[in-house]
Design a protein around this ligand. Structure first.
Ligand code: ZN
Length: 232
């Protein structure tokens, strides 16, 4: 099922990619899995970054068990200001993605891995709910810069939102409830107490908690809260 905001997001990303494609054809750097397209005046991506992202690509495609046919584009703007101006993304946004690849305001490995994970999750299911999609991307990229134990301790101090938040679509609303930490913590619970295979099943059938975990979504949510409280 498509919703209008995801279609608008997809279309605007498509337009951006088309515009950028024509703008920087002579300034590209190709690796095994990516085509880097820096926009405007800036230094080329470092060899370390390019090597790191190629190995992260291999790690994530293996974790998600997903195949990707074409090389992905990495569009990098010269500044965060340029990035916001050209993409129209919210001011707190640190990166974006579309079907073709990722969009970054600067050379940053963790953000690149986070956005790359979204692209590959969407290869499995383009309608993966935001909660699940952000949770997995944050978990895989480890871009919260804290250990899972620190995250558990922090998240349980928050007011855990009800199960209905699993359906939040709006990125700013998601951000405002601490969605990145919350959803990452839920993935940590899923992987620690169950297994990775069920996470992959949930991407394919995101609302079928009964089929994947043999319990309702509400029950699953309560088990996650219990997990946070027993993990001191
Ligand atoms: Zn994200």
């Amino acid at each position: 099922m498509f919703n209008s905001s995801s279609i608008i997001r997809f279309l605007s990303a498509l337009i951006i990619f088309t515009l950028v494609l024509t703008a920087c054809q002579n300034n590209q750097f190709e690796t095994e899995h990516f085509i880097y397209k820096p926009v405007g005046k800036q230094s080329p991506p470092s060899t370390t970054l390019m090597d790191d992202l190629d190995s992260e690509y291999a790690r994530i495609t293996e974790l998600l068990n997903v195949k990707n046919e074409k090389k992905l584009e990495i569009i990098i703007y010269a500044s965060h200001k340029d990035y916001l101006k050209k993409t129209g993304l919210p001011s707190w946004s640190g990166g974006g993605y579309s079907r073709n690849g990722i969009i970054l305001p600067e050379y940053d490995k963790l953000t690149a891995v986070h956005e790359l994970t979204h692209v590959l999750i969407n290869r499995i299911n383009p309608d993966t709910p935001r909660w699940l999609n952000e949770g997995i991307a944050t978990y895989i990229a480890k871009d919260l810069l804290m250990s899972m134990q620190e995250l558990r301790n922090e998240v349980k101090l928050y007011m855990i939102p009800p199960f209905s938040s699993y359906r939040i679509v709006d990125p700013t609303e998601f951000m405002s409830i601490g969605g990145y930490k919350m959803s990452c913590s839920m993935i940590d619970f899923m992987v620690s107490e169950y297994d990775w295979e069920r996470l992959l099943q949930l991407i394919r059938s995101p609302y079928d908690f009964e089929g994947v975990f043999q319990m309702s979504g509400e029950e699953f949510w309560n088990k996650w809260k219990e997990y946070l409280n027993k993990n001191d």
